[in-house]
Design a protein. Sequence first.
Length: 163
Amino acid sequence: MSDILPIAITILECEGKYLFLKRRQPPYENLWGLVGGKIDFGEHVTRAAIREILEETGAREVHNYSLRGFVSERLIDQDGTLKRHFLIFVGHGQIDSFSPNHREGILSLFDIDEIHQQQEQFLPSDWYMFDAFREPKNCGLYEAELVHKDGCYTLSYFQVAKC
C-alpha cells in the first residue's frame, strides 16, 4: 500500500445548486464535504470519480465531468504527527437527481450564499477546494495541511504549490 492515498472528489451541480455530503463516520463526521472517495488500484481518475458520484448519490449518470485540479493534503494530529497524506483529484460535474440518504451520510443542496454563510459546518479543506476549483479558470496544483485537534479540523494552509 502506498503512503499517499489517491482520492477523487467532485464539485457537483444539481438543480442550480451544489451537492454536499454530511459524513456519518470518522474521519470528518458531521461535516459537509464534497462527494468522492478512494481511487482503486488500477482505476483511472475519471472512472473513479464517476463511480463515486453514482455510488454516493444514486444518480443514474454524470454530465459534463471535467478534472479541475489537484491537492496534496496532509492530515496532522494535535501532536504534529502525520496521520494521512492524500493526493486529491478535484473534478466538476452535473447530475439531474440524487437520493438524500446514503450509507456514508446525508446529501443536501446548497447555493453559494449558504455555503459561504455556513463555512464552519464544512470540512475546511473541502470548502477551500470548492472555492478554488468551482470556476474552470482556477485550475492547478495546491497544497494543504489539515490539523485534527480536540475533535475539530483546522486548516493550517491551503496554497498554490510552488513550481
